[in-house]
Design a protein around this ligand. Sequence first.
Ligand code: URP
Ligand code: ZN
Length: 456
Amino acid sequence: MITAADDVVADVLVEGERIALVGASLDVAADRTIDASGKYVLPGCIDPHTHLDMPFGGTITADDFESGQASAACGGTTCHIDFAIQPKGGTFAAGIEEWHAKADGKACIDYGFHIIVSDLEQGGTLEELAALPEQGITSYKLLMAYKGVFQVSDETMFKVMQLARQTGALVMVHGENGDAIDLLVRQALAAGNTDPKWHALTRPPELEGEATNRAIQLAHVAGAPLYVVHVTCKEAVDAIARARARGWPVWGETCTQYFFIDLDHISQPGFEGAKYAYSPPVRDKSNQPVLWDAVRRDVLSAVSTDHCTFTLEQKELGLGDFSKIPNGGPGLEDRLKMIHHFGVNEGRISLNRMVDLLATQPAKLFGLYPRKGTIAVGSDADLVVFDPQRQETISASTHHSRCDYNLYEGTEVVGAPELVLLRGAVLVEDGELVAQPGGGRFVRRARVGERLTNAL
Ligand code: URP
Ligand code: ZN
């Protein structure tokens, strides 16, 4: 059994939906015994950053809650937190209701919601936002990019941060300077630069570093804890490292793809590079060891996927104009396998740190711990029996997402989930999905911001 802290040989007794007992050679009767000798028993992984059934870039993500969660379950993820979006000019309640409807009856794993704040001028009010933690929605997301779509002003961001200080919600930011990017995009198009690679070239890492640092300073003045999503580069890592060295309540995540995909992928000839158009963009390869170092040293605290899938046909909305390529890529199914193989097997992080990054820290930061994110008496029996010897070749032809390509196509990994349990029920057996839609539940998350602020 492997947790963020332990690596022990033990039996785990599940009663109903929870873990009832953990110990060596338990002498108990059980309806079913699963022999996990030679395997790792891990807590179900938690993905704190996904976009299922999301309208974006003039289309809707290929994965809804049914296909996206099937993909997650097969990859050893038993809980995720998706982003409900405040409709422009609408209330927060409208966005949350919409996301509940998307998941109802389709979910096979557990899920929570963050709320994306689109505007405070029309529709949404700070009072309404203040009430969301009561409904178990304890994180507010602000985007500093996507001008004219999701980008909020510094004033809105600062107001939400001040509110979070009072409500105990955790503020999440997408750190990229949307104004400068917008200008660079227009200039690139005017100069006739339309290929997918310009998606990356018009979003330089300095603009991620600048926005990340701006958000950190604003959160500090507001007295709010801050979580920076999908960190990709040294410029942003350095800003987070400085804040954390000062003891400020600042955390960051990166996503699987930023360890493996780089500028060469998006710069392929023709339209092939569109597969790798997501934001922040792929970076120069030199950032990859920086990210591994940051997750090892706890400068970055979690690895998510930012799963946001569009098929190749959907990506073609951006043929002849890179700025119209729907931004996003797949990954929910591959996170554990990729991080285990290239992180643990190749000696970059320990097995305990892998569990910490993929399960325990997301649970702690987003108010799910200790119900989820660990293996302990009283926790939900969300468990992964992981075979460290199982060989798999990652491919769109075998994955469960509706996306018709895989970022890691053809990659051979050693180690994969064999059996996955959600609250004691089997979701995946011998690597095959047996879950039925409808078994997953919305989880109300605890407020964590106040606790995180006080802890430092
Ligand atoms: O390109 C991406 N990442 N699409 C999803 C929205 C976001 O920025 O997280
Ligand atoms: Zn995202």
